[in-house]
Design a binder for this molecule. Sequence first.
Ligand code: SF4
Ligand code: SF4
Length: 160
Amino acid sequence: MFGRGLLKGLQVTWKEFWTPKFTVQYPEEKHPVPARFHGRFVLDADKCIACNLCANACPNRVINIVTAKVGTKKYLTNYVMNIQYCLFCGLCVEACNKDAIHFSDDFGMTQYFYKNIPLVLVDRVAPEAPPEDAESKAPADATDKAAKKTAAAKAKGTEG
Ligand code: SF4
Ligand code: SF4
């Protein structure tokens, strides 16, 4: 029948006109996203061992990892993602066996200048000595001090 399609279309418009509207005052409020949303990447630099598995898994070569040698180990100095080429496929997250990189629910990644688009997750200078050496030295010092204290107390006890 002539005009049937038009009537159907108007019916939909009429129905939509009366449905309650869901408005979010962005950027003050943010639209709720599902738990598995693929937003801005976050990297736990302490867990990352700079193994390059994520960079190799990326089909678009988005991830650039720079390391320095500290002692006998690799130390992550730069982790940069050229996010403009990212598909948000999650292959890098799946590839990481240290659970160091994952998605957050932050979708506000717009930048005014092109040079600011790459996502710099780590940018630091390598320490001169391995961090664990410094850590292991601290408890050793504490143990030394405690041992000296005990020895001094013992000596005092034998004198008296
Ligand atoms: S989400 Fe996909 S395209 Fe983006 S960095 Fe990870 S592997 Fe590459
Ligand atoms: S994020 Fe994971 S896969 Fe990528 S370099 Fe770090 S430890 Fe390796």
